[in-house]
Design a protein around this ligand. Structure first.
Ligand code: CUA
Length: 316
C-alpha cells in the first residue's frame, strides 16, 4: 500500500504490514474524529448562532446518557488500540527461537556488522530472504539508533549494553539503513544499506572472500592469547568458573542472587569482573577494560556461546 508514495517507506518484512495496519487504523480514527468535530463546530455555529443581541443561552445541567456515551466509546477505542499495539510490540520485542544472529557495532560515524562466520561489513548488511535475522547491537562511543524503515524496525544502540532487533524479510532488494539518534557532526552521514538476497545468492556471498575464521574461532584465539584459559579450564580445576555449557544457564552469585548468563553478563564479567562474582569463586580476575575492543568482546562472547554445546568434562 502506498509504495509509490515517496512519503511512505517500502514494506519488506513480515512486521511491516502489521505496523502499517495499526498505523492506518490510528490515522483513520484521527481523521474521522477531526472531521466529526470540525464538522459539528461549523454545523452548531450556524444552527445555534445568536439571532437576537439580547439572547441568553439556555442553562443545561447533566446528561447522563451523553456522558456515559462519550466515556464508553473512547474507552473501547483506546482499549482496542492498547491490545492491538501491545500484540505488535510483543511480536517485535520477542525474536523467534531460531534466528540468524549478526553483531552490530555503532561508532561515530559508521555501522560495523560482524557475521558469525567471520564476514565483516561496514555500512552494508547482507541478509538472506525469508529467514529471521537478529541483530545484537552495541556502541563504541555514544548513543546511536539503528533504523530500517522498510522493515519497520528501530532501536537505540547504547555504549556498554546490548540491544536487539529482529526482522524477517519478504522481498529481495536494497533498503536504507539510518542512524536515528543525533550522535555528532556527521550523524546524517551514518547511513547504509541492507541487501536482502535469496538463499542461494546469500550462500554465494557468504562463501565469497570472507576472512579466515569465524567469530568464535577469533574469540578462541583471543581467549588463549589473553591467557583466560589458565583460570577458565574445562576440567573445573581452574580458579575461574568453567565456561563450557555456561551460556544461557542461570548461575548463583556470591550475594545469593541468581543471574542468567547472557551477552550482557559475559561482557560485564570481562570488563568489570568484580561486579557479579559467581558463588564459590574469589574476586581475583583482573579487568580487561581498555584491553579488548568492542569487536573483540563480541568474539569472546561468541566463543563462550560456542562452548555451549560441548559436553562438559567432569572433574576426576
Ligand atoms: Cu549515529 Cu546518529
Amino acid at each position: 500500500m502506498w509504495t509509490g508514495t515517496p512519503l511512505f517507506p517500502e514494506s519488506a518484512s513480515t512486521m511491516a504490514p502489521r505496523v502499517d495496519a495499526l498505523y492506518f487504523f490510528l490515522l483513520a480514527i484521527a481523521v474521522f474524529f477531526s472531521l466529526l468535530i470540525a464538522g459539528l463546530i461549523v454545523y452548531f455555529a450556524i444552527k445555534f448562532h445568536r439571532t437576537d443581541p439580547d439572547a441568553i443561552g439556555a442553562r443545561i445541567h447533566g446528561g447522563m446518557l451523553l456522558e456515559v456515551t462519550w466515556t464508553v466509546i473512547p474507552l473501547m477505542i483506546t482499549m482496542v488500540i492498547f491490545v492491538w499495539g501491545a500484540s505488535v510490540f510483543f511480536a517485535m520485542a520477542r525474536p523467534p527461537d531460531e534466528t540468524l544472529d549478526i553483531y552490530v557495532v555503532g561508532k561515530q560515524w559508521m555501522w560495523k556488522f560482524q557475521h558469525l562466520d567471520g564476514q565483516r561489513e561496514i555500512n552494508e548488511l547482507h541478509v538472506p530472504l525469508g529467514r529471521p535475522v537478529k541483530l545484537i547491537m552495541t556502541s563504541e562511543d555514544v548513543i546511536h539508533d539503528l533504523f530500517v524503515p522498510a522493515f519497520r524496525v528501530k532501536a537505540d544502540v547504547l555504549p556498554g549494553r546490548y540491544t536487539q532487533i529482529w526482522f524477517n524479510t519478504t522481498k529481495p532488494g536494497r533498503y536504507h539503513l539510518f542512524c536515528a539518534e543525533y550522535c555528532g557532526t556527521r550523524h546524517s552521514g551514518m547511513v547504509g544499506e541492507v541487501v536482502v538476497m535469496d538463499q542461494t545468492e546469500y550462500q554465494t556471498w557468504l562463501s565469497g572472500g570472507g576472512p579466515a575464521g569465524s567469530l568464535a574461532e577469533g574469540g578462541a584465539k583471543l581467549f588463549a592469547s589473553l591467557a583466560c584459559n589458565t583460570c577458565h579450564r574445562p576440567d573445573a580445576q581452574g580458579r575461574g568458573p568453567v565456561l563450557e555449557g555456561l551460556f544461557g544457564k542461570t548461575v548463583t552469585l556470591q550475594s545469593g542472587e541468581t543471574i542468567t548468563v547472557d551477552e550482557a553478563y559475559v561482557r560485564e564479567s570481562i570488563l568489570n569482573p568484580a561486579a557479579k562474582i559467581a558463588a564459590g569463586f574469589q574476586p581475583i580476575m583482573p579487568t580487561f577494560q581498555g584491553l579488548v575492543t568492542e569487536e573483540q568482546l563480541l568474539e569472546l562472547i561468541e566463543y563462550v556461546k560456542s562452548l555451549h554445546d560441548m559436553p562438559q568434562v567432569q572433574p576426576r
